[in-house]
Design a protein around this ligand. Structure first.
Ligand code: PRP
Ligand code: URA
Length: 193
């Protein structure tokens, strides 16, 4: 997390760190997903095991959420990936939707929303509004850094959605950036700052 925040960290390492932190957070976020028993044959005998009981959807919020998808697919190779595109209007800080290809009804039992930054919470609330309208019954939010304002907004709009983040920072600044934060997560991953 320290290296991720460091302004000297270049995009290549930044992307690697986003993936590593996402893996650690997803370990916790997926711990209670229902599993069903299955049996495999080892070279010696039958062995009881488990597999995910329900289809899982990964919902990266474009752009910055893209960096968390590979890590999530390493853990859940059969998960479906549904992208949602939102950007914040710089003046109002309200999210504007620009990409959504969800089919007409929900195809997964649980959705994991992936977005590194929970700032005002507007993007997370809007994404989860979209998913619930789609028919998602169970949603979890997985982020890397949150501001207290974002956690409050998300838990008040969607109290049923657990929030998994790597750090809870001090505050938002007047431009809606998390302080100390890491700057713009999309720009830092994709070298566009
Ligand atoms: C960032 C981030 C979140 C959003 C968080 O995206 O990835 O989606 O801001 O802010 P909020 O909690 O105040 O809504 P941004 O709008 O900068 O788009 P980008 O990922 O394309 O850079
Ligand atoms: N989006 C970011 O990428 N960083 C912030 O600090 C706030 C919103």
């Amino acid at each position: 997390m320290t290296r991720l925040r460091d302004e000297k960290t270049a995009p290549r390492l930044f992307r690697q760190l986003v993936g590593e932190i996402a893996t650690l957070l997803l370990y916790e976020a997926t711990a209670d997903l229902p599993v069903q028993e299955t049996t495999v044959k080892t070279p010696l005998a039958d062995a009881k095991g488990a597999k995910l009981a329900e289809p899982v959807g990964l919902v990266p919020v474009l752009r910055a959420g893209i960096g968390m998808v590979e890590a999530a697919l390493e853990l859940m190779p059969d998960a479906q990936v549904w992208h949602i595109g939102l950007f914040r209007d710089e003046r109002t800080l309200r999210p504007i939707e620009y990409y959504n290809k969800l089919p007409s009804s929900a195809t997964v039992a649980v959705c994991l929303v992936l977005d590194p930054m929970l700032a005002t919470g507007g993007s997370a609330v809007a994404t989860i509004d979209i998913l619930k309208k789609w028919g998602a019954k169970r949603v979890k939010y997985v982020g890397i850094i949150a501001a207290p304002e974002g956690v409050r907004a998300l838990s008040s709009a969607h109290p049923d959605v657990p929030i998994h983040v790597g750090a809870l920072d001090e505050r938002l600044n007047e431009k809606g950036y998390i302080v100390p934060g890491l700057g713009d997560a999309g720009d830092r991953q994709f070298g566009t700052g």
